[in-house]
Design a protein around this ligand. Structure first.
Ligand code: GLU
Length: 280
């Protein structure tokens, strides 16, 4: 009897400990509820896209997506020092959200119907277009020139999908994990072109180490409406992020982020989209 009592007591202690742990992770899950209860918020970004989402050598982060994410997090109740950035590569984004690894993703993430089956999107907050990056002396000028050529894009991206389905089904498409790997392949001559959003390609082309080596073809091969990925059916967070994005545009912070991040690359972006206004 006594033994049973002890056991019950230990069970109670254990239950308490477990619920304390659960509370800890709940805090994380609740990130974005708007309360700034001293917790942190995990946000998915790219780590290798200059001007959009870049992890700098000193460990800090820069880019338009980083600025958008920072503004949104602030509106959700999290100061910049409470943000934990997590790398979400193109192919990992839906799973990272579904698993709850991150509260939201701002990572050149185009809104489309296939993805909408798995995640909610706030936005759009930027309209980009698929383009090609080639060496300065390349004679590739249009999508169909790619047929039979070696082309690089990234697994899980709309860019790779568009090439296979429409732009150049006969191109020899190599799919890597990130665009920085594609750019290295272009520089070494392993591929003839890299394709993805013009916003991303402009950022790479403007890097000091690549200056004068590459050119954008200037083709608007698709419309890429960037959204913020949120857990499927989390309407409350999606609505809050939409409100944050609307405010970011109206108070001038969106334009400031554009000038700071796209200005140096000379990227001529489209005007701020209206929330819910998807250009197909
Ligand atoms: N915006 C496109 C996409 O979401 C291409 C860029 C990327 O892979 O992040 O797939």
């Amino acid at each position: 009897m006594k033994l049973r009592k002890v056991t019950a007591a230990s069970a109670a202690v254990l239950a308490l400990a477990l619920s304390a742990t659960a509370c800890g992770s709940d805090d994380k899950d609740d990130a974005g509820s708007g309360s700034s209860g001293g917790g942190t918020i995990k946000v998915g970004i790219k780590y290798d896209q200059p001007g959009l989402g870049l992890k700098e050598p000193d460990g800090s982060f820069s880019g338009f997506d980083v600025d958008v994410a920072t503004y949104v997090a602030k509106e959700l109740g999290y100061d910049a020092d409470k943000i934990e950035f997590v790398e979400t590569k193109s192919a990992d984004r839906e799973n990272a959200i579904a698993r709850g690894d991150v509260k939201f993703i701002a990572a050149t993430y185009s809104i489309n119907d296939e993805r909408k089956e798995k995640v909610n999107f706030a936005g759009p907050y930027l309209l980009a277009h698929q383009d090609l990056l080639v060496k300065t002396d390349s004679d590739i000028t249009k999508g169909t020139d790619l047929n039979g050529k070696k082309l690089c894009s990234v697994t899980g991206s709309t860019s790779a999908q568009n090439v296979k389905e429409e732009i150049a089904p006969k191109a020899q498409l190599k799919e890597y994990g990130g665009y920085s790997e594609c750019i290295a392949a272009l520089q070494s001559g392993a591929v003839d072109a890299v394709t993805t959003d013009d916003s991303i390609l402009a950022g790479f082309a403007a890097q000091d180490k690549y200056k004068g080596q590459f050119k954008l073809a200037g083709l608007k091969l698709s419309n890429e409406n960037y959204g913020i990925g949120v857990k499927k059916d989390d309407t409350a967070t999606t609505d809050k992020i939409n409100a944050a994005l609307t405010k970011m545009v109206s108070d001038g912070s969106w334009q400031k982020a554009v000038d700071a991040n796209f200005g140096p690359a000379g990227y001529k972006n489209e005007p701020a989209p209206k929330i819910g206004d998807i250009v197909s």
